[in-house]
Write a protein that binds this ligand. Structure first.
Ligand code: IFM
Length: 446
């Protein structure tokens, strides 16, 4: 098997709400996360976050220092279209102009995600993703962004982690908009996927050479035992967590076993999926982004649990990150091969992978985050093994560039390869950042 020779994107990732701060600056309107942070007893908010909005040049220089050739970030819809639709906000667009231009000046390729969870609150007030009109709202936003940026941005991700948005936001109620209802969950998930397909078409119409994909979160699962009950539970979990999103995105339509299971429990509004919808969702994409952190073992009874409740099912004794997530690089290798064989995208990018460890500066100011280096090393090796075995993997992005706001867990969970003191906003490159710089340089030298 010939090893793929394509250019390899070595990057780091962030998202707007987690780093930008400036939550109401220069015409930005509130997003559903601003609302959640301001109304629920969250200990931390994204009001200031890493103050990236005001420290852009410093952060761009740090990206150069890490030596990445690609940077994966998201735009805040609320900055560029404060009313959700309609009049664009020139000051919001100007911020992303500075970011994109600053990346290009440093030879770093911008990879732009349109939606990383921060829906304009004005649109939530109109029903949010559960409203079928959200497909049009998102397409208008995507079209505006493509018109404005496609002279400089080639790589686009439409939606980041539709399972998380749908299930944690509309079933578990843990994430914004904080709803707990099955029919709303499936409606939101369906419209997110339609919005992805429609935005892909809109970007391609304006920029035929654009590379467009999305970032799907995945949770590889193994049965906890040899019992047939655990095997059946694992298959259901895989349907709930993975197949429900991967199958339609790759033109296979929704998995029939899950449609039947959801319909039989009254979770699926029979009018939700209309003729033509699955065709729109299956609009061809140029690459599939995979966000991978951990794998799970599933026993009967845990087939619809999620990581918000802690480790799912019965895990083998092993190493865990501070999120309580099992460290399992082999599962990443297997899942990348599965994506290749089962869904066959042209190209696969690991758009998020990383680990939360709270190691901070020692008395000399250095951050010796050895466990993160081990995690990244083992997962990059797994990625490369999948590539050597034929999966068309063309990029890897560490999550995350900066220690940022880990949603409901606030600033207590640190995923960054750059330490951020959230009182002073001082940044320190951790040992993992230097290690990653050397790893990238080694790849370029080979
Ligand atoms: O921080 C998140 C990110 O926003 C989406 N993917 C998972 C990361 C770690 O939980």
């Amino acid at each position: 098997m010939a090893i793929r020779q394509n250019h390899f994107a070595w990057g780091v990732g962030t998202s707007a709400y987690q780093i930008e701060g400036a939550w109401d600056t220069d015409g930005k309107s509130p997003s559903i996360w601003d609302t959640m942070a301001h109304t629920l007893p969250m200990s931390d908010t994204g009001d200031i976050a890493c103050d990236h909005y005001h420290r852009l040049d410093e952060d761009l220089d740090l990206l150069s220092e890490v030596g990445v050739n690609a940077y994966h970030f998201s735009a805040a819809w609320t900055r560029v279209l404060p009313s959700g639709v309609g009049e664009p906000n020139a000051r919001g667009l100007a911020f992303y102009d500075r970011l994109v231009d600053g990346l290009l000046e440093r030879d770093i390729e911008p990879w732009l995600t349109l939606y990383h969870w921060d829906l304009p609150q004005v649109l939530q007030d109109r029903g949010g993703w559960a409203n079928r009109d959200s497909v049009e709202w998102f397409t208008e936003y995507a079209s505006l962004m493509a018109e404005h940026f496609s002279d400089r941005v080639t790589h686009w991700m439409t939606i980041n982690e539709p399972w998380v948005i749908a299930v944690l936001g509309h079933l578990e109620g843990l994430f914004a908009p904080g709803i707990s209802d099955w029919q709303t969950t499936l409606a939101a998930g369906h419209h997110l996927l339609m919005a992805h397909g429609s935005a892909t078409r809109a970007i391609k119409e304006r920029s035929p050479d654009a590379q467009v994909g999305l970032s799907l979160d995945c949770r590889p699962a193994e049965p906890a035992s040899n019992s047939s009950a655990d095997a059946a539970a694992t298959h259901h979990f895989d349907g709930f967590r993975n197949r429900w999103f991967f199958d339609p995105v790759f033109g296979k339509g929704y998995p029939t076993d899950m449609v039947a299971a959801y319909a039989s429990k009254g979770r699926l509004d029979p009018t939700l999926i209309q003729p033509g919808d699955e065709n729109l969702i299956g609009t061809p994409i140029d690459f599939c982004g995979i966000n991978y952190y951990t794998s799970v073992r599933i026993a009967a009874g845990s087939e619809e649990m999620d990581e918000a409740e802690g480790p799912v099912g019965i895990d083998p004794p092993n190493d865990y990150t501070e999120m309580g997530w099992l460290v399992d690089p082999d599962a990443l290798e297997r899942f990348l091969l599965r994506v290749h064989y089962e869904w066959s995208p042209e190209s696969i990018i690991v758009t998020e992978n990383g680990a939360s460890y709270s190691t901070g500066p020692d008395e000399t100011g250095a951050v010796h985050d050895l466990r993160r280096i081990e995690y990244l090393d083992s997962h990059i090796m797994a990625t490369m093994r999948a590539r050597e075995r034929g999966a068309p993997v063309d990029g890897y992005f560490v999550w995350s560039f900066l220690d940022n706001l880990e949603w409901r867990a606030g600033y207590s969970q640190r995923f960054g390869i750059v330490w951020v003191d959230h009182n002073t906003q001082q940044r320190i490159l951790k040992d993992s950042a230097y290690w990653y710089r050397d790893r990238i340089a080694q790849d370029s030298a080979d």
